[in-house]
Write a protein that binds this ligand. Sequence first.
Ligand code: FAD
Length: 473
Amino acid sequence: MSSADNLSVLVVGAGFGGLACAIALAKRGIDVRVFELAEDLTRQGKELYVKGITRLCIDLNVGDVIMVGSNATRIISKWGGGLMDEIWKMAAQPSTLKIKDKSGKILLEQPLANDFDGYPNIYTNRTKLQNLLYRHALELGVRFTFGARVTDYFENDTEAGFSLNGARHSADAVLIGDGVHSKGRSFLSGIPEKALKSGFAVYRSWFPLDNLRRSDLTRQFADADEDQFAIWIAEDTHAILTTNVKQQSCTCFATHKDLTDIEESWHLKGSVDDMLDVVDGWDPVLREIIRSIPPDDLIDHKLLWRNPNKKWVSGRGRIALVGDAAHPHLATSGNGGAQAIEDGATLATLITRAGRHEIPIALRAYERLRFERTSLTQRMGWETRHRWHQTDWEAVAANPEFLKFPQPEWLNGHDAEEYAAAHLDKVIEHLRNGSPFQSSNIPAGHVHKDWTIEEMMAREGQKADASFYQVDN
Ligand SMILES: Cc1cc2nc3c(=O)[nH]c(=O)nc-3n(C[C@H](O)[C@H](O)[C@H](O)COP(=O)(O)OP(=O)(O)OC[C@H]3O[C@@H](n4cnc5c(N)ncnc54)[C@H](O)[C@@H]3O)c2cc1C
């Protein structure tokens, strides 16, 4: 097998996918350069919309929460360098998820797994996590170019790259992690793509826990020693509260029906009054939490996405999509960032093992190893939301566990790096000779079936029979 000697890779986008690729590749001695659209990674959501800088408005890294599953912390922990310790210093780890109806009645108290194999499931601030990853990448010698809008890709049999402001950049491979609105995806498919409406938007906020101390109704959350995680569910809407004791902060989200034209805005300032309207008549505690959101710290984030995309790799095999560019996730999967990190670990393993001349087969192996798993985790976002939004109260009464947020072993207990190393030879044989290859990073016995957003949207508002749910929660 070949080594990483003199291999070079260009990464587009410094989100979780791009940064994971950069770190994992650099750790294996590969020369990595990252090109990021934003001017830097320090600007928070508030600044994005207050300044009205449209160039930054597609940046998801506003100050809010991200759940980092143990399938991602397993990878991050192995990167070493004290990174996981730094992340842990600001992490929350609620022990229970309380799922309530809109009146505030608890329907289910779900114990949450702290860890899988000692690798924690944590909740933290998205921007701070991104910046810790960025700093770690810098320490590994990764070079960054900010303010770079990359769109103009090329490849031949020996290299791939792009033109940027008149300069030509090339390397052995290009990994495109340019997010849900990916331009790289259009380059690979040859079709200018349009974002599809998911039909929903999310009010999102991250604000000081102190604000919850102001009212008798909400003080319980601020004074609790333990991190809190609560969800209120009803028809077509759910609201979430998370608290982070170490950071003395909290988040409140409300996912709601959104019928506005997607062209209007992808990232709007939200209004507390509008957010209150979507939970009109709901639990007074939730409404008080929403009233305590500072007006300038609320975003109404349109949930847009595309159908599962099967083409992650370019014709000559030197360019691949990673993260949401390859597999856009809904927030309710709670796993899009973690899957992007799994992509990085997988690619670094495969590229290093394959070496320069075999990059095309390494990238195709990546697509084959990852597609079925991420198609399912993408779908999981829809299924979880469906369980909460359709409010099948009969199913809930018969079995409150119906509402559980999934944390299955096949997902959280997975080691993407080890899986890639263990299956590389077999998957290459499969790609070259058509020998059988069965994914084992999906639930045992699961048979992959393609699905579309249109199919999922058609089930909105309907009760679903057991065959609808492909992810066992
Ligand atoms: C409301 C919400 C909540 C979520 N909660 C969770 C959660 O709890 N846990 C979880 O695991 N996932 C969660 N997700 C999903 C997760 O945020 C995404 O799956 C993840 O951010 C994908 O990472 P990425 O690197 O592919 O894309 P992004 O994080 O979007 O990064 C893409 C980067 O590419 C840059 N870029 C874009 N275009 C260009 C260009 N042309 N040239 C150069 N750079 C470019 C962008 O500026 C950005 O920095 C949530 C998503 C949403 C919307």
